[in-house]
Design a protein around this ligand. Sequence first.
Ligand code: ACO
Length: 341
Amino acid sequence: MMNDNFSFNPVTITGIGRYIPETVITNEDIAKLVDTNDEWITSRTGIKQRRVVSGNQTATSMASKAAIDALEFAGVKADEIDLIIVATSLPDSLYPSTACEVQAEIGAVNAAAFNIVAACTGLVYGLNIARNFIMTGTYKKVLLLGVDVHSRFLDWNERSTCILFGDGAGALILEQSSDGRNDILSVDMHANGEKAGELSIPLNGKNCPLVEPNETKQQYVNMNGKEIYKFAVSVVPRSIKDALIGAGLSIEGLDYLIPHQANMRIISSIMDRLGLKEDQVIANLDKYGNTSTASICVALMEEILNGKIKQDSIMAMCGFGAGLTWGTAIVRWRAKDKRKK
Ligand code: ACO
């Protein structure tokens, strides 16, 4: 847990962007592949449809579009960005990093660039890394991206996992605040590697032919759904409460919860455990499924454009997923859409 410390540079979010691929896969479409139906998927998850990449769309192409969207929102030019962080578990390649590929794609010629892996908590982890670089004065403008292409890493014959995920990208621009107000009020981050096996995608690989053989051919999502469900509903409410304490706030001070969009039953349980009202909780997974690292931005941006999230709204952005990892950022929203004249 890092507390706000005003001897550091104040940090604010100035831009948000997202990209969702055009191709829609409905629950009825999935029922053509595996023995399932819309009623089962909707009642267990809340998901009605998801978007997936098609043809030569990539993590980099989606992330670059989200990045351009966020830069325009913030009124920042690509060459003003000092650092690009891409939170992704499902990039196009192990190297080069997605961050380097995005740097080239958008022309952020002055930016350092790297990827991080914290699965569906990646945006919260990345937010903390970005704000620390700004707080300490290392950088002034950071582009943070969350992108995952789950559809290429699912076993489309496995009905308990292929129904859950969608593809997408989200972006935030973080800057040193120009008026001295700090808007990233606290960040709470955790990991429990002892439960790593509950949710994983092993990489395929094969030993050197001169040594004892070993080969892995399972590059698909492996998930213990019940354990992930129990994990999420037990740790996330505590993380949100701790992050609020770190920000000097109580639950009454929270306007909106923007949870990782994994599953509507998980989100409802978190809402009940915190005593939040339905209209305080932002959810759009019915349309996009679980877009993993992108999901918080994908949900948040929709409600900013709809006008629900207003200036000075206090939000809890919480993530949870493989690792296992989980965490919460308490953020005051003050970004103004520079595209609006
Ligand atoms: N359609 C129809 N039946 C299904 C389907 C499906 N798509 N999937 C599983 N079933 C069947 C099972 O085969 C099983 O049948 P059986 O009783 O004859 O053996 C039955 O439904 C019950 O299966 P469970 O796995 O026990 O189903 P459960 O009620 O736990 O629901 C689910 C499964 C939806 C995956 C649930 O465990 C869950 O939501 N877990 C959380 C998963 C999650 O959100 N993961 C992502 C978060 S982390 C991240 O974002 C990376």
